[in-house]
Structure formats: structure tokens, C-alpha cells
Design a protein around this ligand. Structure first.
Ligand code: GLN
Length: 540
């Protein structure tokens, strides 16, 4: 039997519902249960692949190739397990399924209606995700905030599930308690309204996670309890913290997992909490900084949260730095600056290592290529992720192999030297404007070449890494570039596509066609990130 824990947000977005859900999942896993987590995104986009990362955050990719919300990444990092396709749905995907089914006459001539058919499809998907992972507990995070028109049908799904099997489901409200500066006092009213909104949808929270800048005190717990119809011990203090991996420990102090078990009439089990405590000790010990620069273009975009757009890259840097006893310091470097002012390149000397992460399109691209050239010449550890690998190939082709005008056909389809180009299959998709979910996605095998930096890092000759790109290294240039000194240290054994490039006579110059950051976990940092940070620490 699976028990469901629905998590919904109140008052406002961006208060850590994803991390909260992931931390609850982790605590239950620590107690010996099989746990999974599902994310529901209230967008018409059928998947997250077509959403703007600056607005919506990073597009995470699962092992089985689904482009999804960054919260799936949080679940993977906290549960230390792969989350698969059934665990993510959007409004668009749910409607698409129902409409396709209607076209196949699968509703047998009935009128197909928003209620109950949409919530029924949502419930079918939630149960499928739980079944596929044989979960005893399934966290179900509903995106958005209670009271929004957009996520009402998902609340309906929770209400119907509860109606049919009341003992199988509880609801957690993640709310926000502001402390207005001029008052200096924590206010509970917005939370009261949030609960009322849920009540009008036929739902009553069983537990409230009280997010705020400071811990919530006893008088306020009691006030919320009376007004919101929730026991004081089910109001969990969740103050701001320095790093997200503290959240499980904080929840533990508030006995959150035991409260949850009690609601399901399960006996509190002893937990093995050592993993999170050990990690905290590791983080606290890491005092000496290592400064990493991430080069990007999303800097002149107005409102943005870069830490969300590149969350897996940032987390992967942290995991590796902590592992090596260092405190990661991450700076954003605006690629466009170097296009107008190449002299600014000398500022790169202050970084122990430089990363060019994934990206699309032409803005800032020449600036990124200049940065890569500088890192190559001045022996600054360089790690290129996907686009960062493609641009490193272009830089090498232009300046070392002397292929004038070398480029990717993504930017210049008429380049004399298309060192990065599309495969025929991808060209067809572009011609048909079939963009959604059609890149090379998910995990592929990669054979590691002996005697390379990659082999030294991975310590194995076959790995599986996750992809999300349309363009590839053009094998017509393989011999020429190899002769000029480029090392192909990872190749797909089935398709012969180049997956990793690197340079000799450089402390660390590596580019991966895949996204290694997607598989880094706090308890198991990614080997290539560890090797990169190691080289960064060694830089004088
Ligand atoms: N724009 C490049 C491609 O589509 C790289 C994509 C990426 O960095 N994720 O191939």
C-alpha cells in the first residue's frame, strides 16, 4: 500500500516547496521506507523542455530522457536515486493524454469533462509513478500556490483521492510568514488566508511548514493552530538556512517525520540519520575557498535567478568542493563583456577554474569562445558542459587546427568548417519544426579512452551520462583535430559520437557533450567535477 503526502504552497512561490518535499522524502527513506516523489507543474507546456530557464529555472533531464522541472533534480539529490518519466506531469501533458484518448473513443461515447476526467488522469499518473517505484510513500508536490486558478484541478485530484481512501493521504501546506521590517514581528494572517483557500477547495492541511526568515515561536504556533485547525505540534518551524542540506536536520528537530508516521498510524521507526549529519560536518569543515567562474549570457535579462537556471551545475560544484574540503565560491561571468573589451580577459586570472555550461543560440557566444581560448593558453582549469564542449571544439579548430571560420551550424549553417553540426535525423526534426522533446535526451553509454584525464577521474571504461542537445561533434573533422592535438576521451560505443574531449599539456581542459552535473549527488559527487575542482585547488 502506498501512502501519499501532498505538498502545496501557500502565500507565495519560491519558498522551498521542492526542497521541503525532497527533505521529507529523505527522512522517510532514512527510516527504512521505499519513497518516491512526484512533481506536478501547472503549465500548458507538455514538458519543461520548451520553458525559458530564466523564468522557470533549469530544465532537468531524467535518465529515461524526460525534460522536467528542476525539483526532480532536488528529489534525485536528496533521495540519491534516479527519478523517472512517470514522476513528472504538466497540465499540458494531462490534457494531451485525455484528448488523445477521447480521439481513440476510449471514453466510449461519453461526454468528456474537465471534472472528473482531468483529475482522474492526474490520479492515474500519480498511482502509476508510485507503483513503478514500488513506493510505500509518495510525495506529490503541486506547483504554484493555493488560490491560483491554474492548479485547482490538481487540488481536486487530492480531494478525490482523499475522499476515496482517507487513510492513504495527508496534506502538507508550505506557507510563508513574513516579518515586515517596520514591525519586526512575524505575521500569521497570510497563512490563515492560505488555509481558508484550501478549505474552500475541500481540503484541510494536516501539517503546516512555517517558512520564514526566523524560527516560528510558540505563541505563533498556537495562534496558527487555533485559526487554521492544525495541532501546534504539526506546525513545523522552517527558518531560512545557509545550505539546503540542513533542511532534513531541521525537520528532524521538529519531529516532522514522526508526526507524519503518526498520521498514518505507523509506529515511529528508528532512523539512520548519520548521512545528513556527516554531510553537515563535511560542509562546516570546508572553510578555505575555491573560486569558480561560470560564464553565461543571462545577465542582462532583467529579473532573473541564475541560481535556479544553473542549479545542477552549482550543486555539482558544491558537492565536489565539499568532498575536497573546500568552500565553493561561485561567480557569474558575463560572456558579452569580452566581445567588446578583450582586455577584460585578464580578470579571469582570479579564478581557480572556469566553467562554460549548457546553452543555446548566438548571444555571448564569441565572448565565451574568447574565455575558453584564454583558459587554454593560460592553463586555467576549464570544464565545458555541452555547449561548453562544443565551443571549446570550435576554439581549438579555429586557433590550433587553423580551420578559419570553424563554427557550429546552430549559429552559422554556411560555415566553411562545421565542426559541430546536426545529424540527419535532427535536421529532419528542425525542418518539420518538431522541436518539443526531440533533442538527444537522456542517458547514453560512453566509452572512456585509456590514459586520459577522463579515465583517471572515472576509474572505469564505460559510463552512462545524460544528454540534452541537438548538435554533435562532426566526425568528418575527427582526424584533423586529433592530429592537431585534441584528445577524444569519451566516445559513444553504439553511434561513434564524440562525448568527451580534452587537451594534453594542460592541468585540466575537458569538455563533455553530456551534462555530468545532472548525476552529481551530495553523497556521491560526480567524478569529473571532483577532478576539475582538484585541478582548480592545485592552480597557483
Ligand atoms: N545548443 C547546443 C545544442 O543544441 C548545446 C545544448 C546544451 O548546451 N544543452 O546542441
Amino acid at each position: 500500500m502506498t501512502r501519499y503526502i501532498f505538498v502545496v504552497g501557500g502565500v507565495m512561490s519560491g519558498i522551498g516547496k521542492g526542497v521541503g518535499s525532497a527533505a521529507i522524502a529523505a527522512l522517510l527513506k532514512d527510516r527504512g521506507f521505499r519513497v518516491t516523489a512526484v512533481k506536478i507543474d501547472p503549465y500548458i507546456n507538455v514538458d519543461a523542455g520548451t520553458m525559458n530557464p530564466v523564468e522557470h529555472g533549469e530544465v532537468f533531464v531524467t535518465e529515461d530522457g524526460l525534460e522536467c522541472d528542476q525539483d526532480i533534480g532536488n528529489y534525485e539529490r536528496f533521495l540519491d536515486t534516479n527519478i523517472l518519466r512517470p514522476n513528472y506531469m504538466t497540465t499540458g501533458l494531462v490534457y494531451q493524454t485525455v484528448i488523445d484518448r477521447e480521439r481513440r473513443l476510449e471514453y466510449g461515447g461519453k461526454c468528456v469533462e474537465v471534472v472528473p476526467h482531468i483529475p482522474e488522469e492526474v490520479i492515474r499518473r500519480i498511482k502509476l509513478a508510485a507503483k513503478k517505484s514500488k513506493a510505500q510513500f509518495a510525495l506529490v508536490e503541486i506547483g504554484g500556490t493555493a488560490g491560483e486558478y491554474q492548479n485547482l484541478l490538481f487540488l481536486e485530484a487530492a480531494r478525490i483521492m482523499k475522499l476515496k481512501d482517507p487513510a492513504s493521504l495527508i496534506l502538507v501546506l508550505v506557507s510563508y510568514l513574513p516579518v515586515p521590517q517596520n514591525l519586526g514581528e512575524m505575521k500569521t494572517k497570510p497563512t490563515q488566508y492560505a488555509v481558508r483557500t484550501l478549505n474552500s477547495a475541500g481540503l484541510q492541511p494536516d501539517i503546516i511548514l512555517a517558512r520564514s526568515v526566523i524560527p516560528i515561536d510558540k505563541p505563533r504556533k498556537e495562534k496558527i493552530s487555533i485559526f487554521c485547525n492544525v495541532l501546534p505540534e504539526d506546525i513545523i518551524s522552517a527558518p531560512d538556512i545557509k545550505n539546503i542540506y540542513e533542511v532534513p536536520l531541521n525537520f528532524e528537530k521538529e519531529k516532522l517525520a514522526d508526526r507524519i508516521l503518526k498520521k498514518f498510524s505507523l509506529k515511529p521507526r528508528k532512523r539512520d540519520g548519520s548521512t545528513w549529519r556527516k554531510l553537515q560536518r563535511k560542509i562546516q569543515r570546508a572553510k578555505k575557498p575555491v573560486r569558480i567562474g561560470i560564464v553565461g549570457k543571462y545577465f542582462a535579462t532583467g529579473d532573473f535567478t541564475l541560481s535556479d537556471s544553473y542549479i545542477s551545475v552549482i550543486e555539482a560544484i558544491k558537492h565536489a568542493a565539499w568532498e575536497l574540503g573546500r568552500k565553493p565560491v561561485i561567480d557569474w561571468i558575463n560572456a558579452e563583456v569580452f566581445e567588446t573589451n578583450p582586455r577584460a580577459l585578464t580578470t579571469l586570472e582570479s579564478y581557480a577554474g572556469i566553467i562554460v555550461p549548457g546553452g543555446f543560440g548566438g548571444r555571448g557566444i564569441e565572448g565565451k569562445i574568447k574565455v575558453i581560448g584564454y583558459a587554454r593558453e593560460h592553463k586555467i582549469p576549464y570544464f565545458g558542459l555541452c555547449y561548453g564542449m562544443q565551443l571549446a571544439t570550435i576554439e581549438f579548430a579555429r586557433h590550433i587546427a587553423k580551420l578559419k571560420g570553424a563554427y557550429t551550424t546552430e549559429i552559422d549553417p554556411k560555415t566553411p568548417h562545421p565542426v559541430i553540426a546536426v545529424l540527419p535525423e535532427q535536421a529532419r526534426k528542425i525542418a518539420q519544426e518538431h522541436y518539443g522533446g526531440s533533442m538527444r535526451l537522456g542517458a547514453y553509454k560512453c566509452r572512456i579512452t585509456k590514459g586520459t584525464i577522463a579515465e583517471k577521474a572515472y576509474r572505469t571504461n564505460m559510463v552512462r551520462e545524460r544528454h540534452r542537445h541537438r548538435y554533435e561533434f562532426n566526425n568528418k573533422y575527427r582526424e584533423k583535430l586529433e592530429k592537431a592535438g585534441l584528445v577524444f576521451s569519451g566516445v559513444n560505443p553504439e553511434t561513434n559520437l564524440v562525448e568527451i574531449i580534452e587537451l594534453k599539456n594542460h592541468p585540466f581542459f575537458v569538455g563533455t557533450q553530456f551534462h555530468p552535473e545532472l548525476k552529481s549527488r551530495p553523497m556521491a559527487p560526480h567524478p569529473l567535477f571532483v577532478a576539475f575542482i582538484k585541478a582548480a585547488i592545485a592552480k597557483k
